[in-house]
Design a protein around this ligand. Structure first.
Ligand code: COA
Length: 662
């Protein structure tokens, strides 16, 4: 059994140990006293039971729990034979250094030593170990609570090797986490720096008398779409923690001016939910209740004013090479649950508007941290203003979009996107969705190849589709179910016979009818986080929209039976191994990957693609010699097209062909 060690059994430590145990590691969990370890194990057991109730762990609670070995105050013993250690002790550099030097002495020479610090320098911690080990010391910053929060920030110190970063990303993936890489050891990394800017902006607005706490929180929730307002979130996490992290960041050179309202709360020990009062009052210490924040309160607040300092910070992180554009946005979306990242928001607000707002901040406060980042100024000067000009931090393709009841249909040059859009029902396929899909497919087939050459089907939210809408099955008669089944089958056959390639982008759960839809597409590209399955058996029935036929054709009879008989969900990687999906990509790269594959196909001769699709899809269902005849006939037909002339003559002239679909 692979071994890991977690040092420190507090909130973070025991959560991290739980993750390793779930992933099949034997974990030594260290703390200074027996009683802390006992409590930690109780907490882990409680959390595992919750996972078990939701069917989110495969083994039983005690089996997993038994893999955690409590060790009292002996780092040396704990790290014997481990692949990796994660330290999560108090945020005190001396204590951390002691842990690392002891671990260095006793851990195998190739073991990775990671710290979960949120405020201390990785480089300094690394200096507590022998020079040979320093490349193996890295930051692995989990979010609270580790079992539930999907993000890990991987931080490179001065000595950390790329190999170590790669390995830590693999460990994090095994623990079910997504990662971002922070290339330089800056205080606060990505998430805490961005959050600090929002908290400061919110607080200064109130401190200057420009708005009330409710007004600011309301604007952040209802206008910016954040899950919590800045003040509610500070109350929730603990204002003492906000002060502590803020101080630590400030000491290490983060340019900021602590806002008096926050400092005051810390001095008064009004820490938020934990003490029963912070910016809001709560029924009792430790008892959270949503404070009253009316939607209308934020009406007059300009959220871009609140968000501009966070955008400025994000621009700095990008310009200085601390993180990539994608990682900055991903970190904020996963770490803070924002619907969009700060750079995506900047493109929506407009870079010119952000610069103007920051100048206003700078002028009002006199503080250097609000000086617009040179990158923002450069973009503004070059007219890269975001969505409105088609280019900002990201580039935007001109798209024409329409919203139906259950679908979003977006036409980009060459590509039609059909986006299943019932996220609150995990995109379950309702009769209305079936009707709309038919209509849209018909509409697309009528369109000229100049407009659409490839179709992409994907979903909004957590699912591609969790299956046929089971609520439509209630009270139905066998004959209506038969008809429903046929209707879905025919819809999926329609996709197989559509005259252009259809790519399915599996962004999340792809279950039951969702998988049957996906299997009728010509290609399936899945996000790493997607899960696939035919769970019908668990409801007492069987796949009824082609699952029993297409699945065995794709992955073989007996593998298909295994999936259909057990109803198990399998992760995207396993589906890739089985040949059920063509490719698996990180979740935040899915759209980009779909677009780039679709664009590649869009350059090919459309009629030849259609003929190839027919020869394969129909030919395979016939005896081979019938299929051969079909192939020959279609091969022949193509010699009536202009595209063949274009293809062959371009080849002879050594130039790139421009196919027209004629
Ligand atoms: N039909 C109708 N509604 C569905 C659905 C389906 N196939 N799948 C999910 N939903 C609904 C849920 O009922 C829930 O609605 P609610 O908020 O009103 O309770 C909502 O979508 C969110 O799903 P939920 O179950 O709360 O999410 P989860 O993350 O806990 O679990 C799944 C996700 C996919 C594991 C779970 O929803 C599931 O097992 N769905 C059914 C899959 C299935 O059997 N498909 C085959 C049907 S033929």
């Amino acid at each position: 059994m692979p071994k890991a060690a977690v040092i420190g059994a507090g909130t973070m430590g025991h959560g991290i140990a739980e993750l390793f145990a779930i992933a099949g590691y034997e974990v030594a969990l260290v703390d200074v006293a027996e009683e802390y370890l006992k409590r930690a194990l109780q907490n882990v057991e409680w959390s595992l039971k919750k996972f078990a109730e939701k069917g989110q762990i495969k083994e039983d609670v005690q089996t997993i729990l038994s893999r955690i070995k409590p060790v009292v105050n002996d780092v040396c013993r704990a790290v014997g034979g481990v692949e990796v250690m994660v330290e999560a002790v108090v945020e005190d550099i001396e204590v951390k250094k002691k842990v690392f030097s002891e671990a260095d002495r006793c851990a195998p020479p190739n073991a990775i030593l990671a710290t979960n610090t949120s405020s201390l320098p990785i480089t300094e911690i690394a200096e507590a170990v022998k020079p040979e080990r320093r490349p193996l010391v890295v930051g692995m910053h989990f979010f609270n609570p580790p079992p539930l929060m999907p993000l890990v920030e991987i931080i490179k110190g001065k000595y950390t090797s790329d190999e170590t970063v790669k390995k830590v990303a693999e460990y994090a993936a095994r623990l079910g986490k997504q990662t971002v890489v922070v290339n330089k050891d800056v205080p606060g990394f990505i998430v805490n720096r961005i959050l600090a800017r929002v908290n400061e902006a919110a607080c200064w607005m109130v401190a200057r008398g420009e708005a009330t706490i409710q007004e600011v929180d309301s604007a952040l929730i209802y206008k910016a779409g954040l899950p919590m307002g800045a003040f509610i979130l500070m109350d929730f996490t603990g204002i003492d923690v906000v002060c502590f992290i803020g101080d630590a960041m400030l000491k290490r050179g983060f340019k900021s001016h602590p806002c008096p309202l926050i400092v005051e709360k810390c001095q008064q020990k009004k820490f938020g939910v934990k003490s029963g009062e912070g910016f809001y009052k709560y029924p009792a210490p430790g008892k959270f209740q949503w404070p009253e924040v009316p939607k209308s309160a934020g009406d007059r607040i300009d959220v871009s004013y609140l968000l501009a300092p966070a955008v400025n910070e994000a621009a700095y992180l990008l310009r200085d090479g601390i993180a990539t554009r994608e990682d900055i946005d991903k970190a904020v979306k996963l770490g803070l649950n924002w619907p969009k990242g700060p750079l995506e928001l900047a493109d929506e607000i407009g870079i010119d508007a952000v610069v103007k707002t920051l100048e206003e901040w700078r002028q009002k406060t006199g503080y250097e941290e609000y000086e617009p980042d040179p990158l923002l100024r450069e973009m503004a000067a070059k007219g890269k203003l975001g969505k409105k000009t088609g280019e900002g931090f990201y580039t935007y393709v001109k798209a024409e979009e329409k919203k139906l009841e259950t679908l979003i249909v977006r036409y980009e040059p060459g590509i039609a996107w059909i986006i299943l859009n019932r996220p609150e029902r995990l995109n379950a396929i309702s009769p209305k969705m079936v009707e709309e899909l038919w209509k849209v497919l018909d509409e697309i087939e009528q369109l000229d190849y100049d407009k659409v050459r490839v179709v992409v089907i994907t979903g909004t939210g957590r699912a591609f589709s969790a299956g046929a809408d089971v609520t439509a099955f209630m009270g139905a008669t066998p004959i209506t179910i038969f008809k429903t089944s046929r209707k879905l089958q025919m819809l999926f056959e329609r996709i197989e016979s559509l005259d252009r390639p259809v790519i399915c982008g599996l962004n999340g759960y792809t279950l039951g009818g969702g998988l049957e839809l996906a299997m009728s597409c010509d290609f399936r590209i899945a996000a790493e986080t997607a899960e696939l399955g035919q769970p019908e058996i668990n409801l007492g029935f069987i796949p009824g929209a082609g699952g029993t036929q297409r699945l065995p054709r794709l992955i073989g009879r007996d593998r298909a039976k295994e999936l259909i008989f057990t109803g198990d969900r399998i992760p995207a990687r396993e589906a890739e191994r089985l040949g059920l999906v063509n490719k698996v990509v990180p979740a935040d790269k899915l759209e980009q990957e779909l677009r780039s594959f679709a664009n590649k196909l869009a350059e090919k001769p459309p009629l030849a693609l259609a003929m190839a699709k027919y020869a394969i899809n129909f030919g395979l269902e016939a005896p081979q010699w019938v299929g051969m005849m079909l192939e020959a006939a279609q091969f022949g037909i193509l010699f009536s097209t202009e595209d063949v002339v274009e293809g062959v003559s371009s080849f002879l002239q050594k130039k790139k062909p421009q196919f027209k679909g004629r």
